[in-house]
Design a protein around this ligand. Structure first.
Ligand code: SF4
Length: 256
């Protein structure tokens, strides 16, 4: 993995992402290298090579957030994971959190239990929520779809520990792929320690041609359901029925 250290001018970026007013991307690029990653398009602009092989680190991000405040929700991060492996040594996210105005409303979404390292800082924010992306990929699917992120078990355990520490938590169940997700199981395993759920169905276009080809070849039934509107709508209805049956609080349900 190539680490590219850069400096930037601005660190709060206005966004139209649901539930957020600004994003902070102290990293661009992601070692987790999920096969369906919607942020892969960044490789077109950055010219550092294939997605997952490089990470750009904005080294002056901690300085830029100092003495600056914004109103509304700040989301971390949209084109990277703030707790990807490099963060363990670099501590860039940690330094950003140290310097951020603690009155900022902070929302973090990650696939890594490394977020637990920063519980001391997260507790200092007046308003914060921490989400872990979870799904039911194991074995072959985990290796192909999410090769470098911690296991789902670790992520679920992280949600539990965050809640035990008094933090607001949410489970981002994504990507929902017909036949490859067990929504009921995930809800049963997490409902005791998440404040709400956010569900996201796989966006075939956003996931890119390569991922689309994997699904079409190896998971043709799933692919067909995603492509055919009547089957897709039936899949969505089934998910909604499960949520209703389980009586969970769903803040967002992204269908594509
Ligand atoms: S963790 Fe998120 S940003 Fe990183 S590769 Fe996976 S989907 Fe993309």
């Amino acid at each position: 993995m190539e680490l590219i250290r850069v400096n930037t001018k601005e660190i709060f970026t206005k966004t139209n992402l649901p539930g957020a007013d600004y994003v902070i991307n102290q990293y661009v690029g992601c070692e987790h290298n999920c096969a369906y990653c919607y942020a892969k398009f960044m490789s077109r602009w950055k010219k550092h090579g294939q997605w997952g092989t490089w990470v750009e680190a904005k080294m002056n991000a901690p300085e830029l957030v100092k003495n600056k405040t914004v109103s509304g929700w700040v989301f971390m991060s949209s084109v990277s994971d703030a707790y990807q492996p490099i963060e363990k040594d670099l501590k860039l996210t940690r330094h950003v959190l140290e310097n951020l105005d603690k009155r900022i409303k902070l929302s973090i979404l990650t696939k890594s239990d490394l977020v637990l390292r920063d519980i001391d800082l997260l507790k200092q924010f007046k308003d914060s929520e921490i989400g872990l992306t979870i799904n039911t990929f194991v074995g072959k699917e985990k290796d192909i779809f999410e090769p470098n992120s911690p296991s789902n078990q670790k992520r679920i355990e992280a949600l539990k520990i965050l809640k035990e520490n008094g933090l607001k938590t949410y489970a981002f169940i994504s990507p929902l792929i017909p036949g490859l997700i067990d929504l009921e199981k995930l809800i049963d395993e997490t409902r005791e320690f998440v404040d709400y759920y956010w569900l996201e169905v796989l966006n075939l276009r956003g996931a890119g041609k390569e991922f689309s080809n994997i699904l079409e070849t190896d998971y043709p039934k799933s692919f067909r359901i995603l492509k055919k509107p009547d089957l897709f709508n039936q899949f969505i209805n089934e998910l909604k029925i499960i949520c209703k049956k389980k009586g969970i609080k769903v803040r967002g349900f992204e269908e594509h």
